[in-house]
Design a binder for this molecule. Structure first.
Ligand SMILES: [Zn+2]
Length: 218
């Protein structure tokens, strides 16, 4: 049994918001894979603690205190992922889940040590950065989804969606990692894209291609 903590709720609200979703209790039930009654109970506690506000239309918003805790947890998640990858050499596709557990145990003193050891960097080993969280912010930086990339042009994988372990295992198996150069050969009628990666060609379905942000190489 995984216990979903207060921090997980606050983080999920901030992250779902960041991805442009309207956050209602169904969003959280889906996002955290918990039941609706569990969300209702958690929201009640979070409201009492002054962490969230629930609008009359059901929209959930973080208070400034709630946002502070969410941002702290997101930052610690990034630090733990970097620690696991950079110090312990753990594979990039395994670290997210580990960080989900460890992020809650980081004290301010340990956080400081991690920053000293790892150096300042705002990007995690999946290519996701604190500054570019929403699709709009990513597009402003010239990124696009792999499913929208122009055939014939060289791209580089900028980031991948990290909350789905099976998807990450699949990407690793296909040789798709943050930083990987690739070219879209054709966008196919069946919604798949044919990609040239290193010396092989693979066909990727839309559900996977929509989980990868790419940057055009020039
Ligand atoms: Zn990450």
């Amino acid at each position: 049994m995984i216990t979903v903590s207060k921090e997980d709720y606050l983080k999920a609200i901030a992250e779902a918001e960041g991805e442009g979703e309207t956050v209602i209790s169904a969003t959280l039930a889906h996002w955290l894979a918990v039941t609706r009654p569990a969300v209702t109970a958690a929201l009640k506690r979070l409201k009492k603690d002054g962490m969230v506000a629930v609008k009359s239309d059901g929209r959930i918003q973080l208070t400034s205190m709630g946002r502070q805790i969410a941002e702290r947890t997101i930052f610690r998640h990034l630090l733990i992922e970097r620690m696991l990858a950079e110090i312990f050499g753990m594979p990039w596709y395994e670290i997210h889940e580990e960080a989900e557990r460890l992020e809650h145990a980081v004290s301010p003193a340990f956080e400081k040590k991690l920053v000293e050891k790892l150096g300042e960097k705002d990007t995690c080993p999946h290519g996701n950065s604190l500054a570019l969280r929403s699709p709009a912010e990513r597009r402003k930086q010239g990124l696009c989804l792999l499913s929208e990339a122009e055939p014939g042009f060289p791209y580089r994988v900028a980031s991948v969606y990290e909350r789905d372990r099976k998807l990450l295992d699949f990407f690793e198996h296909e040789g798709i990692r943050p930083g990987t150069p690739l070219t879209v050969q054709t966008r196919n009628y069946d919604g798949t894209v044919s990609l040239a990666i290193e010396r092989k060609t693979i066909r990727l379905g839309a559900p996977a291609a929509e989980k990868i942000w790419v940057a055009k190489l020039r």
